[in-house]
Design a protein around this ligand. Structure first.
Ligand SMILES: Cc1cc2nc3c(=O)[nH]c(=O)nc-3n(C[C@H](O)[C@H](O)[C@H](O)COP(=O)(O)OP(=O)(O)OC[C@H]3O[C@@H](n4cnc5c(N)ncnc54)[C@H](O)[C@@H]3O)c2cc1C
Length: 452
Protein backbone atom coordinates (compact mmCIF):
# COMPACT_ATOMS: atom_id res chain seq x y z
CA UNK A 1 0.00 0.00 0.00
CA UNK A 2 1.36 3.45 -0.84
CA UNK A 3 2.21 6.00 1.82
CA UNK A 4 -0.64 8.42 2.64
CA UNK A 5 0.93 11.88 2.80
CA UNK A 6 -1.30 14.78 3.85
CA UNK A 7 -0.05 18.35 3.40
CA UNK A 8 -1.60 21.47 4.92
CA UNK A 9 -0.66 24.60 2.94
CA UNK A 10 0.13 24.79 -0.78
CA UNK A 11 2.91 27.42 -0.94
CA UNK A 12 6.38 26.58 -2.28
CA UNK A 13 7.05 24.24 0.68
CA UNK A 14 3.77 22.34 0.36
CA UNK A 15 3.38 22.16 -3.39
CA UNK A 16 6.99 21.08 -4.00
CA UNK A 17 6.68 18.33 -1.38
CA UNK A 18 3.40 17.24 -2.96
CA UNK A 19 4.81 17.02 -6.49
CA UNK A 20 7.98 15.20 -5.50
CA UNK A 21 6.25 12.74 -3.13
CA UNK A 22 3.56 11.95 -5.70
CA UNK A 23 6.21 11.39 -8.36
CA UNK A 24 7.93 8.97 -5.97
CA UNK A 25 4.68 7.01 -5.49
CA UNK A 26 2.94 8.52 -2.43
CA UNK A 27 -0.83 9.01 -2.25
CA UNK A 28 -0.80 12.78 -1.68
CA UNK A 29 -3.60 15.05 -0.45
CA UNK A 30 -2.94 18.80 -0.34
CA UNK A 31 -5.25 21.06 1.67
CA UNK A 32 -5.12 24.73 0.66
CA UNK A 33 -7.50 27.38 1.97
CA UNK A 34 -6.66 29.94 -0.71
CA UNK A 35 -4.77 29.22 -3.94
CA UNK A 36 -1.92 26.81 -4.59
CA UNK A 37 1.30 28.71 -5.05
CA UNK A 38 0.75 30.20 -1.61
CA UNK A 39 1.50 33.60 -0.21
CA UNK A 40 4.76 33.46 -2.16
CA UNK A 41 2.84 33.77 -5.43
CA UNK A 42 -0.20 35.72 -4.27
CA UNK A 43 1.25 38.26 -1.87
CA UNK A 44 4.99 38.20 -1.52
CA UNK A 45 7.63 37.31 -4.11
CA UNK A 46 5.66 37.58 -7.34
CA UNK A 47 3.58 40.78 -6.95
CA UNK A 48 6.48 42.63 -5.32
CA UNK A 49 8.87 41.66 -8.10
CA UNK A 50 6.27 42.43 -10.77
CA UNK A 51 5.90 45.97 -9.37
CA UNK A 52 9.67 46.30 -9.09
CA UNK A 53 9.95 45.26 -12.75
CA UNK A 54 7.52 48.03 -13.75
CA UNK A 55 9.43 50.55 -11.61
CA UNK A 56 12.68 49.28 -13.14
CA UNK A 57 11.26 49.92 -16.58
CA UNK A 58 10.52 53.52 -15.60
CA UNK A 59 14.11 53.87 -14.31
CA UNK A 60 15.35 52.52 -17.62
CA UNK A 61 13.30 55.19 -19.37
CA UNK A 62 14.96 57.77 -17.13
CA UNK A 63 18.30 56.41 -18.28
CA UNK A 64 17.21 56.53 -21.91
CA UNK A 65 18.91 59.89 -22.33
CA UNK A 66 22.23 58.26 -21.39
CA UNK A 67 21.62 55.80 -24.22
CA UNK A 68 20.96 58.66 -26.65
CA UNK A 69 17.15 58.32 -26.68
CA UNK A 70 14.28 60.54 -25.68
CA UNK A 71 11.51 58.64 -23.90
CA UNK A 72 8.81 59.27 -21.35
CA UNK A 73 6.79 56.93 -19.13
CA UNK A 74 3.49 57.34 -17.36
CA UNK A 75 2.17 54.80 -14.85
CA UNK A 76 -1.19 53.17 -15.62
CA UNK A 77 -2.17 51.72 -12.26
CA UNK A 78 -5.02 49.58 -13.65
CA UNK A 79 -2.75 48.08 -16.30
CA UNK A 80 -0.20 47.32 -13.57
CA UNK A 81 -2.90 45.62 -11.43
CA UNK A 82 -3.97 43.51 -14.42
CA UNK A 83 -0.40 42.59 -15.24
CA UNK A 84 0.26 41.36 -11.69
CA UNK A 85 -2.99 39.33 -11.71
CA UNK A 86 -2.14 37.77 -15.06
CA UNK A 87 1.35 36.68 -13.90
CA UNK A 88 -0.16 35.14 -10.76
CA UNK A 89 -2.83 33.31 -12.76
CA UNK A 90 -0.26 31.87 -15.17
CA UNK A 91 1.92 30.62 -12.30
CA UNK A 92 -1.06 29.18 -10.39
CA UNK A 93 -2.30 27.34 -13.48
CA UNK A 94 1.15 25.93 -14.01
CA UNK A 95 1.42 24.65 -10.41
CA UNK A 96 -2.14 23.28 -10.34
CA UNK A 97 -1.48 21.53 -13.67
CA UNK A 98 1.72 19.98 -12.33
CA UNK A 99 0.00 18.77 -9.14
CA UNK A 100 -2.93 17.29 -11.10
CA UNK A 101 -0.62 15.59 -13.59
CA UNK A 102 1.10 13.84 -10.66
CA UNK A 103 -2.26 12.71 -9.25
CA UNK A 104 -2.21 14.96 -6.16
CA UNK A 105 -5.67 15.40 -4.63
CA UNK A 106 -6.25 19.08 -3.82
CA UNK A 107 -8.86 19.94 -1.17
CA UNK A 108 -9.98 23.57 -1.16
CA UNK A 109 -10.36 24.15 2.54
CA UNK A 110 -8.70 24.77 5.87
CA UNK A 111 -6.65 22.03 7.49
CA UNK A 112 -5.83 21.24 11.10
CA UNK A 113 -4.52 18.34 13.11
CA UNK A 114 -6.91 15.95 14.86
CA UNK A 115 -4.34 13.52 16.17
CA UNK A 116 -0.81 12.31 15.40
CA UNK A 117 -2.03 10.52 12.25
CA UNK A 118 -5.22 12.40 11.47
CA UNK A 119 -6.00 15.66 9.72
CA UNK A 120 -9.28 17.50 9.42
CA UNK A 121 -10.11 19.44 6.28
CA UNK A 122 -12.92 21.93 6.61
CA UNK A 123 -14.43 22.86 3.27
CA UNK A 124 -17.46 24.84 2.11
CA UNK A 125 -19.46 21.61 1.92
CA UNK A 126 -18.45 20.05 5.22
CA UNK A 127 -15.70 18.39 7.19
CA UNK A 128 -13.49 15.54 6.00
CA UNK A 129 -11.21 13.43 8.19
CA UNK A 130 -8.06 12.10 6.58
CA UNK A 131 -5.78 9.35 7.91
CA UNK A 132 -2.09 9.93 7.20
CA UNK A 133 1.18 8.02 7.50
CA UNK A 134 3.05 11.33 7.18
CA UNK A 135 1.90 14.92 7.54
CA UNK A 136 3.48 18.16 6.36
CA UNK A 137 2.65 21.50 7.95
CA UNK A 138 3.55 24.27 5.50
CA UNK A 139 1.11 27.04 6.29
CA UNK A 140 3.62 29.90 6.02
CA UNK A 141 3.41 33.22 7.82
CA UNK A 142 1.56 36.53 7.64
CA UNK A 143 2.63 40.15 8.15
CA UNK A 144 3.08 41.25 11.77
CA UNK A 145 0.72 44.07 12.68
CA UNK A 146 1.83 46.02 15.78
CA UNK A 147 -1.04 46.95 18.09
CA UNK A 148 -0.23 50.68 17.72
CA UNK A 149 -0.91 50.65 13.97
CA UNK A 150 -4.40 51.81 12.85
CA UNK A 151 -4.44 49.50 9.84
CA UNK A 152 -7.24 50.46 7.41
CA UNK A 153 -6.04 48.95 4.12
CA UNK A 154 -6.22 52.35 2.43
CA UNK A 155 -3.72 54.69 4.07
CA UNK A 156 -2.08 52.39 6.59
CA UNK A 157 -1.22 49.18 4.80
CA UNK A 158 0.45 45.83 5.27
CA UNK A 159 2.77 44.79 2.44
CA UNK A 160 -0.03 42.56 1.14
CA UNK A 161 -2.35 45.54 0.62
CA UNK A 162 0.10 47.43 -1.53
CA UNK A 163 0.11 45.57 -4.88
CA UNK A 164 -0.68 48.29 -5.89
CA UNK A 165 -2.64 50.17 -3.21
CA UNK A 166 -6.05 51.73 -4.00
CA UNK A 167 -4.23 54.98 -4.91
CA UNK A 168 -0.54 55.62 -5.52
CA UNK A 169 0.88 57.25 -2.38
CA UNK A 170 2.07 60.83 -2.75
CA UNK A 171 4.42 60.35 0.20
CA UNK A 172 4.84 56.84 1.60
CA UNK A 173 6.31 56.28 5.06
CA UNK A 174 7.82 52.79 5.23
CA UNK A 175 8.19 51.38 8.71
CA UNK A 176 11.03 48.84 8.77
CA UNK A 177 14.21 48.67 6.72
CA UNK A 178 14.82 44.95 6.41
CA UNK A 179 14.65 43.28 2.99
CA UNK A 180 10.92 43.95 2.57
CA UNK A 181 11.19 47.59 3.73
CA UNK A 182 14.02 48.49 1.36
CA UNK A 183 12.38 46.66 -1.57
CA UNK A 184 9.20 48.66 -0.96
CA UNK A 185 11.21 51.89 -0.70
CA UNK A 186 12.85 51.16 -4.04
CA UNK A 187 9.62 49.98 -5.66
CA UNK A 188 7.47 53.00 -4.73
CA UNK A 189 10.30 55.48 -5.38
CA UNK A 190 10.68 54.07 -8.90
CA UNK A 191 6.91 54.42 -9.37
CA UNK A 192 7.06 58.11 -8.39
CA UNK A 193 6.20 58.29 -4.65
CA UNK A 194 8.18 60.36 -2.20
CA UNK A 195 9.61 57.98 0.41
CA UNK A 196 10.49 58.24 4.10
CA UNK A 197 12.10 55.12 5.46
CA UNK A 198 12.17 54.49 9.21
CA UNK A 199 15.35 52.59 10.05
CA UNK A 200 15.44 51.28 13.62
CA UNK A 201 19.23 50.75 13.63
CA UNK A 202 22.10 52.83 12.22
CA UNK A 203 22.07 51.07 8.83
CA UNK A 204 19.40 49.70 6.52
CA UNK A 205 19.40 45.91 6.17
CA UNK A 206 20.55 45.09 9.71
CA UNK A 207 22.95 42.18 9.73
CA UNK A 208 24.05 42.62 6.10
CA UNK A 209 27.59 43.47 5.03
CA UNK A 210 27.96 47.20 6.00
CA UNK A 211 29.63 47.96 2.64
CA UNK A 212 26.60 46.55 0.82
CA UNK A 213 24.14 48.44 3.06
CA UNK A 214 26.16 51.65 2.53
CA UNK A 215 25.96 51.25 -1.27
CA UNK A 216 22.17 50.98 -1.04
CA UNK A 217 21.86 53.92 1.38
CA UNK A 218 23.98 56.10 -0.94
CA UNK A 219 21.71 55.26 -3.85
CA UNK A 220 18.58 55.91 -1.78
CA UNK A 221 19.93 59.35 -0.79
CA UNK A 222 20.82 60.11 -4.41
CA UNK A 223 17.23 59.30 -5.38
CA UNK A 224 15.82 61.55 -2.65
CA UNK A 225 14.67 58.86 -0.17
CA UNK A 226 14.53 60.32 3.38
CA UNK A 227 16.20 58.03 5.91
CA UNK A 228 15.25 58.27 9.61
CA UNK A 229 17.95 56.27 11.36
CA UNK A 230 17.81 55.00 14.95
CA UNK A 231 14.06 55.59 15.06
CA UNK A 232 11.36 53.11 16.12
CA UNK A 233 7.77 53.79 15.14
CA UNK A 234 5.46 53.83 18.14
CA UNK A 235 2.17 55.19 16.78
CA UNK A 236 0.38 56.62 13.74
CA UNK A 237 -2.02 59.57 13.79
CA UNK A 238 -4.35 60.06 10.84
CA UNK A 239 -5.16 63.65 10.05
CA UNK A 240 -7.22 64.37 6.94
CA UNK A 241 -5.20 63.48 3.85
CA UNK A 242 -2.01 63.29 5.93
CA UNK A 243 -0.68 60.96 8.54
CA UNK A 244 2.07 61.27 11.11
CA UNK A 245 4.20 58.39 12.33
CA UNK A 246 5.38 59.00 15.89
CA UNK A 247 8.79 57.58 16.77
CA UNK A 248 9.93 56.57 20.24
CA UNK A 249 12.70 59.23 20.18
CA UNK A 250 10.16 62.03 19.70
CA UNK A 251 10.62 62.46 15.95
CA UNK A 252 7.49 62.64 13.81
CA UNK A 253 7.56 61.46 10.18
CA UNK A 254 4.77 62.86 8.01
CA UNK A 255 3.36 61.38 4.81
CA UNK A 256 0.14 60.46 3.02
CA UNK A 257 0.34 56.68 3.46
CA UNK A 258 2.27 54.21 5.62
CA UNK A 259 3.25 50.62 4.99
CA UNK A 260 4.25 48.22 7.76
CA UNK A 261 7.29 46.10 6.99
CA UNK A 262 8.05 44.91 10.51
CA UNK A 263 8.34 41.16 10.07
CA UNK A 264 5.91 38.28 10.11
CA UNK A 265 4.20 35.81 12.42
CA UNK A 266 3.84 32.08 11.72
CA UNK A 267 0.48 30.56 10.75
CA UNK A 268 0.54 27.90 13.44
CA UNK A 269 -2.22 29.19 15.72
CA UNK A 270 -5.10 27.43 13.90
CA UNK A 271 -3.37 24.09 13.37
CA UNK A 272 -4.34 22.48 16.73
CA UNK A 273 -0.77 21.37 17.30
CA UNK A 274 -1.60 20.10 20.80
CA UNK A 275 -3.99 17.52 19.38
CA UNK A 276 -1.01 15.74 17.83
CA UNK A 277 1.60 16.61 20.47
CA UNK A 278 3.58 18.93 18.15
CA UNK A 279 5.70 21.46 20.03
CA UNK A 280 6.04 25.10 18.94
CA UNK A 281 8.33 27.77 20.37
CA UNK A 282 7.10 30.90 22.17
CA UNK A 283 6.74 32.81 18.90
CA UNK A 284 4.70 30.00 17.28
CA UNK A 285 7.42 28.61 14.97
CA UNK A 286 7.80 24.82 14.98
CA UNK A 287 11.35 23.63 15.72
CA UNK A 288 12.59 20.86 13.41
CA UNK A 289 15.59 18.53 13.23
CA UNK A 290 17.82 18.26 10.14
CA UNK A 291 15.24 15.98 8.45
CA UNK A 292 12.66 18.75 9.07
CA UNK A 293 10.72 16.53 11.49
CA UNK A 294 8.85 18.20 14.34
CA UNK A 295 8.71 16.79 17.88
CA UNK A 296 6.45 14.10 16.33
CA UNK A 297 8.68 12.28 13.82
CA UNK A 298 6.12 11.70 11.05
CA UNK A 299 4.87 15.31 11.22
CA UNK A 300 7.19 17.47 9.13
CA UNK A 301 7.42 21.25 8.76
CA UNK A 302 8.51 23.27 5.72
CA UNK A 303 8.83 26.92 4.85
CA UNK A 304 8.39 29.98 7.03
CA UNK A 305 6.65 27.92 9.73
CA UNK A 306 9.94 26.13 10.44
CA UNK A 307 11.52 29.40 11.60
CA UNK A 308 14.53 28.85 9.31
CA UNK A 309 15.38 31.18 6.44
CA UNK A 310 12.10 32.76 5.27
CA UNK A 311 12.68 32.38 1.54
CA UNK A 312 10.54 30.78 -1.09
CA UNK A 313 13.58 28.99 -2.50
CA UNK A 314 14.37 27.51 0.93
CA UNK A 315 10.74 26.43 1.47
CA UNK A 316 10.72 24.61 -1.87
CA UNK A 317 14.03 22.86 -1.14
CA UNK A 318 12.76 21.83 2.31
CA UNK A 319 9.62 20.45 0.63
CA UNK A 320 11.76 18.36 -1.71
CA UNK A 321 13.94 17.02 1.12
CA UNK A 322 10.84 16.14 3.18
CA UNK A 323 9.23 14.27 0.29
CA UNK A 324 12.42 12.25 -0.18
CA UNK A 325 12.61 11.48 3.55
CA UNK A 326 8.95 10.45 3.70
CA UNK A 327 9.57 8.10 0.77
CA UNK A 328 12.68 6.61 2.39
CA UNK A 329 15.11 8.08 -0.14
CA UNK A 330 17.51 9.54 2.42
CA UNK A 331 20.80 7.69 2.50
CA UNK A 332 23.95 8.10 4.57
CA UNK A 333 25.44 10.41 1.92
CA UNK A 334 22.21 12.43 1.61
CA UNK A 335 23.07 16.16 1.78
CA UNK A 336 21.24 18.02 4.53
CA UNK A 337 20.16 21.56 3.86
CA UNK A 338 22.87 24.01 4.82
CA UNK A 339 21.09 27.30 5.38
CA UNK A 340 24.42 29.14 5.60
CA UNK A 341 24.91 28.36 1.91
CA UNK A 342 21.57 29.74 0.71
CA UNK A 343 21.83 32.51 -1.85
CA UNK A 344 19.52 35.47 -1.37
CA UNK A 345 18.82 38.67 -3.23
CA UNK A 346 17.33 42.06 -2.59
CA UNK A 347 15.61 43.49 -5.62
CA UNK A 348 16.52 47.13 -5.15
CA UNK A 349 18.51 49.55 -7.26
CA UNK A 350 21.31 48.65 -7.06
CA UNK A 351 20.34 44.99 -6.90
CA UNK A 352 22.04 43.14 -4.05
CA UNK A 353 22.79 39.44 -3.69
CA UNK A 354 24.94 37.37 -1.42
CA UNK A 355 25.76 33.83 -0.47
CA UNK A 356 27.77 32.01 2.17
CA UNK A 357 30.11 33.57 4.66
CA UNK A 358 29.65 37.27 5.48
CA UNK A 359 32.95 39.17 5.50
CA UNK A 360 32.24 41.38 8.54
CA UNK A 361 31.06 38.42 10.63
CA UNK A 362 34.07 36.30 9.71
CA UNK A 363 36.54 39.11 10.48
CA UNK A 364 34.80 39.64 13.83
CA UNK A 365 35.42 35.96 14.58
CA UNK A 366 39.11 36.51 13.73
CA UNK A 367 38.98 34.20 10.70
CA UNK A 368 41.63 34.59 7.99
CA UNK A 369 40.06 35.35 4.64
CA UNK A 370 41.01 36.36 1.13
CA UNK A 371 38.63 39.03 -0.12
CA UNK A 372 38.80 40.22 -3.72
CA UNK A 373 36.57 42.99 -4.99
CA UNK A 374 36.13 44.20 -8.54
CA UNK A 375 34.03 47.30 -9.39
CA UNK A 376 31.57 47.17 -12.27
CA UNK A 377 33.22 50.34 -13.58
CA UNK A 378 35.88 48.10 -15.14
CA UNK A 379 33.31 45.79 -16.77
CA UNK A 380 32.75 46.33 -20.50
CA UNK A 381 29.11 45.18 -20.48
CA UNK A 382 28.24 47.47 -17.54
CA UNK A 383 29.78 50.42 -19.42
CA UNK A 384 27.94 49.48 -22.63
CA UNK A 385 24.65 49.28 -20.70
CA UNK A 386 25.32 52.70 -19.18
CA UNK A 387 25.16 51.56 -15.56
CA UNK A 388 28.48 50.70 -13.95
CA UNK A 389 27.49 51.16 -10.31
CA UNK A 390 28.34 48.32 -7.94
CA UNK A 391 30.88 45.58 -7.45
CA UNK A 392 31.53 41.86 -7.19
CA UNK A 393 33.20 40.52 -4.07
CA UNK A 394 34.46 36.96 -3.56
CA UNK A 395 35.49 35.62 -0.17
CA UNK A 396 37.73 32.56 -0.10
CA UNK A 397 39.93 30.56 2.21
CA UNK A 398 43.53 31.84 1.73
CA UNK A 399 44.99 28.41 2.49
CA UNK A 400 42.86 26.24 0.19
CA UNK A 401 41.36 28.73 -2.28
CA UNK A 402 37.88 27.32 -1.58
CA UNK A 403 35.11 29.87 -2.22
CA UNK A 404 33.37 30.62 1.09
CA UNK A 405 30.96 33.33 0.00
CA UNK A 406 30.48 36.53 -1.87
CA UNK A 407 28.33 39.56 -2.52
CA UNK A 408 27.30 41.29 -5.70
CA UNK A 409 25.90 44.79 -5.84
CA UNK A 410 24.65 46.11 -9.17
CA UNK A 411 22.96 45.00 -12.35
CA UNK A 412 22.21 41.31 -12.65
CA UNK A 413 23.27 40.56 -9.06
CA UNK A 414 20.39 38.14 -8.37
CA UNK A 415 21.23 36.11 -11.50
CA UNK A 416 25.02 36.22 -11.15
CA UNK A 417 25.03 35.10 -7.51
CA UNK A 418 23.99 31.63 -8.75
CA UNK A 419 27.56 31.10 -9.96
CA UNK A 420 28.90 31.74 -6.46
CA UNK A 421 26.06 29.66 -4.93
CA UNK A 422 27.15 26.64 -6.98
CA UNK A 423 30.79 27.31 -6.04
CA UNK A 424 29.95 27.52 -2.31
CA UNK A 425 27.66 24.43 -2.39
CA UNK A 426 30.17 22.32 -4.31
CA UNK A 427 33.29 23.60 -2.47
CA UNK A 428 34.78 24.91 -5.72
CA UNK A 429 37.98 26.95 -5.61
CA UNK A 430 38.46 30.48 -6.93
CA UNK A 431 40.70 28.99 -9.61
CA UNK A 432 37.71 26.96 -10.89
CA UNK A 433 35.86 30.22 -11.56
CA UNK A 434 38.97 31.89 -12.99
CA UNK A 435 39.53 28.95 -15.38
CA UNK A 436 35.98 29.00 -16.81
CA UNK A 437 35.77 30.35 -20.35
CA UNK A 438 33.01 32.95 -20.18
CA UNK A 439 31.18 34.98 -22.79
CA UNK A 440 32.48 38.47 -23.60
CA UNK A 441 31.17 41.09 -22.97
CA UNK A 442 29.11 40.01 -19.95
CA UNK A 443 28.66 41.13 -16.36
CA UNK A 444 29.79 37.63 -15.33
CA UNK A 445 33.31 38.57 -16.39
CA UNK A 446 33.56 40.57 -13.15
CA UNK A 447 33.24 37.27 -11.27
CA UNK A 448 36.07 35.96 -13.39
CA UNK A 449 38.19 39.05 -12.61
CA UNK A 450 37.47 38.79 -8.87
CA UNK A 451 38.54 35.15 -8.95
CA UNK A 452 41.91 35.79 -10.59
C1 LIG B 1 7.01 41.21 0.56
C2 LIG B 1 7.72 39.89 0.50
C3 LIG B 1 8.50 39.58 -0.62
C4 LIG B 1 9.18 38.36 -0.68
N1 LIG B 1 9.97 38.11 -1.77
C5 LIG B 1 10.66 36.96 -1.83
C6 LIG B 1 11.51 36.69 -2.94
O1 LIG B 1 11.66 37.51 -3.84
N2 LIG B 1 12.18 35.52 -2.97
C7 LIG B 1 12.05 34.58 -1.98
O2 LIG B 1 12.69 33.51 -2.06
N3 LIG B 1 11.25 34.81 -0.91
C8 LIG B 1 10.55 35.96 -0.81
N4 LIG B 1 9.74 36.20 0.26
C9 LIG B 1 9.56 35.14 1.27
C10 LIG B 1 8.56 34.08 0.77
O3 LIG B 1 7.37 34.70 0.34
C11 LIG B 1 8.24 33.05 1.87
O4 LIG B 1 9.44 32.61 2.45
C12 LIG B 1 7.48 31.87 1.27
O5 LIG B 1 6.22 32.28 0.82
C13 LIG B 1 7.31 30.75 2.30
O6 LIG B 1 6.69 29.69 1.69
P1 LIG B 1 5.75 28.70 2.56
O7 LIG B 1 5.54 27.48 1.72
O8 LIG B 1 6.27 28.56 3.92
O9 LIG B 1 4.37 29.46 2.75
P2 LIG B 1 3.42 30.40 1.93
O10 LIG B 1 3.92 30.80 0.61
O11 LIG B 1 3.04 31.45 2.91
O12 LIG B 1 2.15 29.45 1.70
C14 LIG B 1 1.41 28.95 2.78
C15 LIG B 1 0.06 28.52 2.26
O13 LIG B 1 -0.63 27.86 3.31
C16 LIG B 1 -2.00 28.21 3.25
N5 LIG B 1 -2.59 27.97 4.57
C17 LIG B 1 -2.28 28.61 5.73
N6 LIG B 1 -2.96 28.04 6.76
C18 LIG B 1 -3.72 27.04 6.21
C19 LIG B 1 -4.61 26.10 6.75
N7 LIG B 1 -4.85 26.02 8.05
N8 LIG B 1 -5.20 25.24 5.90
C20 LIG B 1 -4.96 25.28 4.57
N9 LIG B 1 -4.11 26.15 4.00
C21 LIG B 1 -3.48 27.01 4.83
C22 LIG B 1 -1.98 29.68 2.81
O14 LIG B 1 -3.21 30.03 2.20
C23 LIG B 1 -0.82 29.68 1.83
O15 LIG B 1 -1.28 29.43 0.52
C24 LIG B 1 9.06 37.41 0.38
C25 LIG B 1 8.28 37.72 1.50
C26 LIG B 1 7.63 38.95 1.57
C27 LIG B 1 6.81 39.27 2.80
Amino acid sequence: MSIRFVIIGGGPGGNTAATVAARLGAEVTLIERDLVGGAAHLWDCIPSKAMIATGGFLSELDRARVMGLAADGCLDIEALRERIASIETKLQRSISGLLSSQGVRIIAGTGRLKGPGQVIAETETGVEELDADAILLSTGSRPRIPDWAPLDGERVLTTRQAYPPPEMPGHLVIIGSGVTGVEFAHMFRSLGSEISLIVSRQQVLPGKDPEVAAALEAEFLRRGVHLYKGARAAGIDLDGAELAVRCDDGRVVRGTHAVLAVGSVPNSDMLCLDAAGVTADAAGYIPVNHHLQSSVPHIYVAGDLSGKLPLSSVAAMQGRKIAEHVMGLHTSNHRHLDYDKAASAIFTEPEIADVGLAEAEAFAEGRKLRVTKVPYSSNAKALIEGDSRGFVKIISDPATGVVLGGSIVGRGAAELISVLAVAVTCNLKVVDIADALLVHPTLAESLHDAAE
